[in-house]
Structure formats: C-alpha cells, structure tokens
Design a protein around this ligand. Structure first.
Ligand SMILES: [Ca+2]
Length: 412
C-alpha cells in the first residue's frame, strides 16, 4: 500500500513537443478544467460537498517536480528503463548503522509510550515492538519531515502521472477524508508518493484503517502518537495478524534439505520443518505453540544469506508494504526493540550484480522449461528462487535458489 522510495528519483525535465507547443500555463488551465468537469462530478456522486471540494483545491497548482509525470502535450521524458536497473543484493537493504539507530530510538519511545502501547496491544493483538518498528521505518517515529500537500501531490498524479487510475481513486478518498472533517486540507501532509502522516497511509488505507485512539473524535495520523500507533496496529489486525504468534525466526537449513522448500503456499507445521532438521540459528528450540502452528521457509538470498522460518504474520507485514525485505527489516527491527535482538547471524553473501533484464531472461528460460517463476519481471521472488533450486537439483547441481551471473550463463 505504500509507494516507498519515491524521493530517490530525481524529477525529469520536460520538453514541449514542437508540434503542440504546450506550455505549463496551458496544462495548468487544462488541470482546472479537469477538476471542474471531470473530477467534481465524480466527487459529488461520492458524497463530497462543493465547499469541501473548492476549499481542497483553492490555490492548488500542479506539482511539476514529482517523478513519473506525463503532462499532456509534452514529450515523454527519457527515463532509464526499468529493465536496465540493477538488481541490488538483499544485503544492501539492511544498513546496520541505520538499524541500530532506529532500534535505540525505538526502545526509548516504547518505554515512553508503554501504557498507550499496552492498551493498543490488548485491543488489536499486535506486539508493541512490531508497531514501533513500522512507525520508525515509515516516518522516523513521526519525526521525518513530511512537507507536501497530499491533495496537490495526489491530484497532480491523478491528472498527469503514469498511473492516473490509482491516484484518481486516492484523490477521491482524500476528498472523503476532508468531507468527514478529521483534518483540514492544509494539514493533510504526505510524501512525494502521496503516503500520509506518521503511518504513511495512502488516503484509501486511511479510510479503511485509521482510528481515533486518544478519544478526541478525530483520526489524526499527523499529530497524534496514539492515533498513529493504533492505526498501524489496526491495519495489521485487519490484514489478519495472528495474536500470540511471532513474525519468524532466523534458521539453519541443513545440508541435504533443499532451499526450494520456500514459499507461503508451502506452509506446514513448524514441527514438520524441525523434523527435517531445520533449527533456529540461536540454538534455542521453537516455542511449543509455534511448533504446532504453520511455518514457511524463507530464503531471500537463497543459500547466499540468512535463512528463516516465518509465520503467517510475516505475510501480514507484507500487506503493509509488499516486499520480503521490508517485512524482514520490520521483523528484525522489532526483535531489536523488544527482545534485545541484533543483526542476522548469517551474513548476506556476495551474489554478484545483475541487471533486471538479465534476471528476466533467466526467468523466461525457466518458464520455457515449465517452471512457475511468478512472471518474468526481473525480480527474484520466492517462485523464481525455488524454481532455480528445483532446476539445479534436476540438472545435478547443488541448489542455491538465487540468480547469479554464472547461473545466467548456464541457462540456454
Ligand atoms: Ca484522535
């Protein structure tokens, strides 16, 4: 639900196509026209009143500095093709200094807000350490500057971005929020990607998940710590968080047990995994209630990095941000905040750098041989990783379950 990392992309300059001679002023006029004749009728049908609509867009112009814009009448900016982007090794995601900093702040804030967090944990069943970890990752515990007008960003993207349908839905949700009066348009701040407030909710997520926990009648994810923390917890609870279960455990898969076991669709009781010889890397046993319940093997870097047994709650964290590495980051940070955890024991190994287009070629080759890689998109998710492992086993190699330049060479 969160469109992260938008800040990393520099805005591309626009050039008018000579045939249209479009000007920014001309596009701004089209935008005002679009608001009146296109967006307003739909907003009205959605229950938004004219005064709310007019005050939301009063003084709002297009934000030309946003990434991924396609202004009408302008030449499309030359962007580096997605397929030429480099796939970064998973280890780059886990900056130890950053994690230590977030963990230290998280521990002190967890103590400071202990009584609120206890009430939130009771009501929603989500551990305080997980809530605080997401709060830290999303907005630096509410300290990050989130300076953009959400209405301006989202309206710009609905009018002239590469994904107008997505943001049209979000601008209508934003107007509904304003109609309800939880926040004023000028106080509704978001990121360059349109993610709002301390939990970084898109407006539609706000409508579905934000709660008033401090009891002032407003769901204020911008200024209220209690509302922000409870809204994160409610998001996870509504996404299926299983009360009383952990997110996962760093593990060791023994020689002779294949990494290709991986995947949420290959869940089995954790006791069945320990029967195969999979252990926690800490050497401690899995808690008895976890042993009886479902677990899944997760190997984000194949055999080149840390290995995990995760629970269904890992996939609930992915509902917040659909990335294995994001969910692992949150789980690890929560362990550091709540249980004295530290870095993963097994280091992230060097897998060699690859272009996404090369990974897509590898995926296409596996697809031709009948493997389900989850689509040749250049991103090695669990279906790709285990297909690599299965192909390696079938061709008499030791499964490593991760794409490498050598592996690409071996595929025809
Ligand atoms: Ca409130």
């Amino acid at each position: 639900m969160i469109l992260a990392f938008a800040l990393l992309f520099a805005a591309a300059p626009f050039a008018a196509t000579s045939s249209h001679a479009a000007t920014r002023a001309g596009v701004e006029a089209q935008f005002r026209q679009w608001l009146e004749t296109d967006l307003w009728p739909e907003a009205r049908r959605a229950g938004v009143s004219k005064p709310v609509f007019e005050s939301a867009f009063s003084g709002i112009s297009l934000d030309w500095d946003l990434p991924d814009l396609e202004p009408p009448g302008f030449a499309k900016p030359k962007q580096r093709s997605q397929s030429q982007a480099e796939f970064r090794s998973p280890g780059a995601y886990f900056d130890e200094k950053r994690l230590q900093g977030l963990a230290a702040s998280g521990r002190s804030l967890m103590a400071k807000h202990a009584s609120t967090l206890r009430k939130i944990e009771d009501r929603y069943g989500v551990p305080a350490s997980i809530i605080v970890a997401i709060w830290g990752r999303e907005s630096g515990f509410g300290r990050a500057k989130i300076p953009h007008s959400a209405v301006r960003v989202i309206a710009t993207k609905a009018f002239m971005s590469t994904r107008p349908e997505l943001f049209r839905k979000e601008i209508l949700a934003a107007l509904k929020i304003l109609e309800r009066g939880d926040v004023s348009a000028s106080a509704m701040k978001g990121s360059w990607a349109g993610a709002m407030g301390q939990p970084q909710f898109l407006p539609s997520s706000y409508l579905d998940h934000a709660v008033d926990f401090d009891g002032d009648g407003k769901r204020d994810i911008w200024n209220s710590t209690a509302d922000s923390l409870a809204s994160i917890a409610n998001y996870l609870a509504q996404s299926g968080w299983v009360r009383g279960r952990d997110w996962g455990f760093e593990a060791v898969i023994p020689e002779g047990v294949t990494c290709a076991l991986e995947g949420p669709d290959r869940a089995r009781p954790i006791s069945a995994l320990t029967d195969m010889g999979i252990i926690r890397i800490s050497g401690r046993p899995f808690p008895e209630h976890e042993r009886r319940a479902a677990g899944m093997v997760l190997v984000p870097a194949g055999t080149y990095g840390p290995e995990f047994v995760v629970t269904p709650n890992f996939y609930v964290i992915k509902e917040y941000n659909n990335s294995d590495l994001y969910a692992l980051f949150i789980g690890n940070l929560a362990d550091r905040i709540g249980h004295g955890g530290s870095a993963f024991v097994t280091p992230w190994g060097k897998t060699g750098s690859m272009l996404r287009s090369d990974i897509a070629r590898l995926q296409a080759s596996l697809e031709r041989q009948g493997y389900d890689v989850g689509g040749a998109d250049g991103l090695p998710g669990y279906k790709t990783r285990r297909s690599i492992g299965e192909w390696q086993a079938r061709t008499g190699q030791k499964p490593t379950c991760f794409p490498t330049p050598q592996l690409l060479g071996a595929q025809k």
